[in-house]
Each structure stands twice: as C-alpha cells, then as structure tokens.
Design a protein around this ligand. Structure first.
Ligand SMILES: NC(=O)C1=CN([C@@H]2O[C@H](COP(=O)(O)OP(=O)(O)OC[C@H]3O[C@@H](n4cnc5c(N)ncnc54)[C@H](O)[C@@H]3O)[C@@H](O)[C@H]2O)C=CC1
Ligand SMILES: Nc1nc(=O)c2c([nH]1)NC[C@@H]1CN(c3ccc(C(=O)N[C@@H](CCC(=O)O)C(=O)O)cc3)CN21
Length: 298
C-alpha cells in the first residue's frame, strides 16, 4: 500500500531503522528490532540506505522482510549521489519484485571525507528532485515517493528561502509526503510547515524525532544532520554526561514532550528515528499512550 493513501485517512506513526552495521554483513539482529517495534503497531517502518555516507546494501532485504514477513508497510530509502542510472533501475526493480511500494527518494550524504572528490565529478544525479523525475519516467506512478525536508535549513543551502524553493521543486517532481530532518526545537518545524504552505507545498510533513540516548552519539548525529541543540537540552546533557541511565530518561522524556506538543498542534505524522533501539521507542510510547491515540481524533 502507498503511504500517500494512508496519509489521506490519518496522521501516521512510523519508525526508521538502519541495516545493522558489522563487517560480516549479518543483519539477523534487525529481526528482533522489527518484532519489538511491531508491538507498537506502527503505520510503517522505513529502512535507511547508505545513511551518513556509509556503505549501501541490505535495504531491499530488510524492507522486504518488514512488508512480507511482518505485514507492516515499509519504505525503502534510496539515495542517488553516488549512483548511476543503471544502479537506480536495478534497485527499483528489486523493490518491485519484493512488493515494496514506497521509496524515500534522497540525494544522500557524500561518503565520509569524499565530498570534494564527488563535487569534482561528472555525476548522473545531483539532487533528490532528479531522482524523483527518473523514477517517475521509468516506473510511472507505481511507487509512492517521499522526500526529506529541513526545519533548520539544509547545510549546503544558502538560506531558508533557497532551501524552501528547492523543496518545492522536489515536491513538484513527485514527492507525495515529506519527512523532516531531526530537530530538537519544535518551533523550527512549525516555521517550515507555515512557510511551505504559503508557497503551495501542500503534501503532509511528518515530524522526524530522534530520542537522545547517549551524549557522544547525539553530538555526532547533530553534526551529521545539521541540527542545533537547545540550551536547556545541552545543559541536561552536560550535567548527566556520565550517567547513561539518566541520559536515556532525559532522551525519552524530551522526545515524549516534543511529540505531545506536535500532536497538540495538529502534526501530520510522527516518524521516530529509532537508531535500532526498540526499547527506547517502547518507553516513549509507554509514557504517552493516551496522547498518541489522540493523534487521529478531531
Ligand atoms: N541515507 C538516508 O537514509 C537519509 C539521508 N538523509 C540526508 O539528507 C541530505 C540530502 O538529501 P536530500 O534532502 O535528498 O537532498 P536534496 O537534493 O533535496 O537537497 C540537497 C541540497 O541541494 C539543494 N537543492 C535541492 N534541489 C535543488 C535544485 N533542484 N536546485 C538547486 N538546489 C537544490 C537543497 O537546498 C540542499 O541544500 C543528505 O545529507 C542525505 O544523506 C536524510 C534522511 C535519510
Ligand atoms: N545527513 C543525514 N544523513 C542521514 O543518513 C540521515 C539524516 N541526515 N537525517 C535523518 C536520518 C537520521 N539517520 C541517522 C543518523 C545517525 C546515525 C548514526 O549512526 N549515528 C551515530 C550512532 C548513534 C547510535 O547508534 O545511537 C553515529 O555514530 O554517528 C545513522 C543514521 C539517517 N538519516
């Protein structure tokens, strides 16, 4: 089923996982992650592709398992900056074969430390909007396409306006809904939604929430994602840096608070970057079960 169809009926709750990172390419741990996330009855689960410029692979296999083994709708991320048109055709055909109907279409990160190399190259794709166009040309409307958007502005954009215009092109090229980059201050999300609506971007904008669970990975991830850390949150992190259990409690409650505020203000959907830690998602849900149910009440 296309996520765009689902979004006509309801605000969605979804999770994101990444292919487990290990040298052997062993993905068996993902099955436990999915089984635990399934208990929370998500509307869909997405699977990253070369996240943060890491090596690719296993996205199709995992997206297929989510859909065919666990009967949960799945979204495969697909990034194009290091791909040829042939690579994209191969990937999309594999998704079709496995009944995966949804693609999060991305430009993607440059492989770590190789940005300059890629900028100097003659690439087959430069932007997510080109990938949308290419998929539409070759596969018509058979996939539901979505895209990423940036409440705090994409790191390579000159300003909010330019980034918003680029977002409009991405939607015009086929993105049927958007998922935001991580943010820790909801006012960035509200600004993006408000300004996007003014220029005719009228697709659903799902809020991407990452629970902080560990100070070091938060700092790395915030740098990768170009998101700021509010003073209040950074003070908590500094204070509890060496207390892992306290850091988890803070992350879970901070995310829960963000979600309550977003639902109160009529968000189109909540997408949780689970970082393959289902117990964190379960604890967030455990804290706000009634508010989460309100997501689809008028
Ligand atoms: N691998 C994964 O699973 C995920 C990756 N990401 C990351 O998101 C980042 C960028 O990906 P996308 O948002 O898909 O890139 P994008 O192609 O939409 O935008 C990249 C940059 O180019 C500009 N831009 C976009 N379209 C343009 C156009 N037609 N003309 C001129 N400028 C344009 C944007 O303002 C932005 O600065 C990457 O860092 C990516 O890896 C985000 C979510 C998941
Ligand atoms: N620029 C960018 N690239 C991405 O791949 C990406 C985004 N932004 N934003 C949305 C999500 C978030 N994604 C992420 C973010 C962080 C890690 C990651 O591995 N972070 C830590 C480890 C954190 C942990 O295991 O708890 C790290 O070591 O960098 C992976 C995917 C994938 N997506």
């Amino acid at each position: 089923m296309k996520i765009s169809e689902l979004l006509k009926e309801k605000a969605t709750i979804s999770f994101e996982v990444f292919p487990p990172k290990n040298k052997e390419g062993d993905i068996s741990s993902i099955y436990y992650t999915i089984e635990e996330l399934a208990k929370l009855d998500p509307d869909f689960i997405s699977v990253t592709y070369g996240a943060g410029g890491s090596s690719k692979g296993k996205t199709v296999e995992i997206a297929s398992a989510i859909k065919n083994k666990y009967q949960i709708e799945s979204v495969a991320h697909l990034s194009c900056i290091t791909s040829t048109k042939e690579d994209i055709l191969t990937e999309c055909r594999a998704l079709k074969e496995h009944n995966v109907d949804n693609i999060l279409s991305l430009r993607g990160d440059y492989p770590a430390g190789e940005e300059e190399k890629y900028r100097g190259m003659d690439l087959e794709f430069h932007y997510a909007s080109e990938l949308n166009g290419f998929i539409r040309e070759n596969f018509g409307d058979s996939f539901c396409l979505s895209g990423a958007c940036y409440p705090e502005v994409h790191q390579e954009a000159d300003c909010f306006r330019d980034d918003l215009e680029a977002l409009k092109k991405k939607v015009d090229a086929g993105a049927e809904y958007l998922i935001t980059q991580i943010f820790f201050d909801n006012s960035y999300y509200y600004r993006l939604v408000k300004e996007a609506r003014k220029i005719g971007i009228d697709v659903p904008i799902l809020a991407g929430i990452m629970p902080v669970t560990n100070a070091k990975s938060l700092l790395r991830t915030a740098k990768l994602c170009g998101c700021s850390i509010p003073f209040q949150l950074s003070t908590m992190i500094e204070t509890y840096y060496n207390y892992p259990e306290a850091m988890k409690e803070i992350g879970i409650n901070y995310a829960a608070h963000q979600i309550i505020d977003l639902i109160t203000n009529g968000v189109d959907g909540i997408h949780i970057y689970t970082m393959n830690k289902p117990e964190i998602a379960q604890r967030i849900f455990g804290n706000i079960p009634t508010v989460l149910k309100e997501l689809n009440h008028d």
